[in-house]
Ligand binder design. Structure first.
Ligand SMILES: C[S@@+](CC[C@H](N)C(=O)[O-])C[C@H]1O[C@@H](n2cnc3c(N)ncnc32)[C@H](O)[C@@H]1O
Length: 180
């Protein structure tokens, strides 16, 4: 009987956590390994002061490394209030608030017209759902770097395979065409 009560109590506690659900949830939270973050930013060839967006920024690691290592103006957009809070705290702790920020919101509402670089680690279908927005709003020459998932119909400038965390990851590098 005690075991059953303990199981019921644990289930109740789990349900009480009310996991955040959003109809525009494009992917679950799975952080890119730091090795992949480093490679994506290296392949993006970021110049100091360029504007870098991470669409679905998780714990903020891409934004933090872009600001710290490349002196980018880096913005993360994230749905989860828990991840927004922890990444904002980390940015503050590291003294990066001048260069790095996290917006609590939906990537579909973001204005990406000033983006030089967009980083994605979502899912295949999510990339394709986002594709029309990227095509409509990104400026010519903007780079889009996607971890693991292609953007169907776009021709990557480069594809790179990187081994990390006991599996092979793929990084796709795209560049928006000169004319729309
Ligand atoms: C696979 S994780 C990638 C995290 C980070 N970009 C990285 O590479 O480490 C995807 C993130 O996107 C967020 N997300 C999913 N849909 C979103 C949306 N519509 N707007 C903003 N963030 C979203 C999730 O909450 C999650 O943190």
């Amino acid at each position: 009987m005690r075991t059953i009560l303990a199981i019921l109590a644990a289930a109740g506690a789990l349900l009480a956590q009310k996991p955040e659900f959003h109809p525009n949830q494009l992917a679950p939270y799975v952080p890119s390994p730091y090795q992949i973050v480093g490679k994506m930013l290296e392949l993006a060839k970021i110049k100091p002061g360029e504007k870098v967006y991470d669409l679905g920024s998780g714990d903020g690691r891409v934004v933090i490394v872009a600001a710290q290592k490349y002196d980018a103006r880096a913005v993360g957009i994230e749905l989860s209030s828990r991840l927004v809070k922890s990444s904002q705290e980390e940015i503050k702790r590291l003294g990066l608030t001048e260069k790095a920020s996290i917006v609590h919101g939906d990537v579909f509402d973001a204005d990406l017209s000033d983006a030089d670089v967009v980083i994605l680690y979502l899912m295949r279908d999510s990339n394709n759902t986002l594709k029309p927005k990227l095509e409509k709003t990104l400026k010519p020459g903007a780079r889009v770097i996607s971890h693991d998932y292609e953007i169907s119909g776009w021709k990557p400038q480069m594809e790179e395979r990187v081994d990390a965390y006991r599996r092979s990851h793929k990084i796709y590098v795209y560049r928006m065409p000169p004319q729309k």
